[in-house]
Ligand binder design. Structure first.
Ligand SMILES: NC(=O)c1ccc[n+]([C@@H]2O[C@H](COP(=O)([O-])OP(=O)(O)OC[C@H]3O[C@@H](n4cnc5c(N)ncnc54)[C@H](OP(=O)(O)O)[C@@H]3O)[C@@H](O)[C@H]2O)c1
Length: 234
């Protein structure tokens, strides 16, 4: 089943990750999807456009490389980090570390800010740019604490999305920028934590998110949605 009602062009940034690859697979099997372009850090295949979140030139070059094939009806951003080489999310204030903060914010906030800068202009008049955030980035919903860098980087990402949506509305009133929470999904990112039974396969999450994105109306721009369409508090 198609996520869209008419032929459309799509771009997946972070196509090497579990969720990004699942998005690509669904799009490639959708007869209504005319173009599905993959952007990823490691361009292991000639059809994949290379992009590093810590390098604005690479982000700008990726946008220039795909511009001629646009405008895009759907731009999905599925990049992000929760843990990395030598670090795990903080359990307490005493664990906070400058390098970890910088690495997490570079991947989850600063890089996506530059993605918004270079890719929002490529959205079609009624297109959607959906960036994967995380429910743990909701300030209102934070009951458990911990995960300082990740929570704060996603909360800041949410503010960037909201702010970009206000600017976009003035230029393309029918186009949208939204934050989306994928639920708990089996991936490298969630592997050390993913509460076993609650984690879903990425293809299930991707299908649910595409259905939710397809059902959005312009007034949904600048909002934070869960994979099942539920509106989440900031
Ligand atoms: N999995 C979950 O349960 C869950 C829950 C809530 C939110 N999320 C969010 O969902 C999104 C996708 O996560 P996932 O579960 O699919 O994780 P994943 O499989 O680890 O994928 C992460 C993606 O981000 C890319 N990436 C990380 N740092 C990068 C950098 N500096 N430059 C370019 N690309 C970079 C990775 O590229 P490489 O392949 O090159 O490393 C990969 O494509 C993230 O934003 C995450 O916060 C996931």
């Amino acid at each position: 089943m198609s996520a869209f009602q008419s032929p459309y062009k799509a771009l997946v940034i972070g196509a090497s990750g579990a969720i990004g690859a699942a998005f690509m697979e669904q799009l490639q099997h959708d007869p209504l999807c005319q173009t599905a372009i993959a952007v990823a850090r490691s361009a292991i295949h000639p059809n994949i456009i290379s992009m590093h979140l810590d390098d604005e030139h690479s982000i700008q070059n990726a946008a220039l490389a795909v511009k001629e094939q646009g405008p895009f009806d759907l731009i999905l951003v599925a990049t992000g980090v929760l843990h990395g080489v030598g670090f795990m999310p903080e359990k307490r204030l005493a664990d906070i570390d400058m390098k970890v903060l910088q690495e997490t914010f570079t991947a989850n906030t600063f890089g996506p800010a530059l993605l918004l800068k270079h890719f929002v202009p490529l959205i079609s008049a009624r297109g959607v740019m959906a960036l994967i955030s995380a429910k743990v980035g909701s300030i209102e919903d934070n009951r458990l604490g911990g995960w300082y860098s990740y929570r704060a980087s996603k909360a800041a990402l949410n503010m960037l999305i909201k702010t970009a949506s206000i600017e976009l509305r003035r230029q393309k009133p029918e186009a949208m920028v939204v934050a989306i929470h994928p639920g708990t999904v089996i991936s490298n990112l969630s592997q050390p934590f993913a509460g076993g039974a609650n984690a879903r396969p990425a293809n299930v999450a991707a299908k649910e998110m595409l259905a939710t994105i397809q059902s959005l109306e312009a007034k949904g721009s600048g909002q934070f949605f869960a994979y099942d369409g539920q509106l989440l508090p900031w």
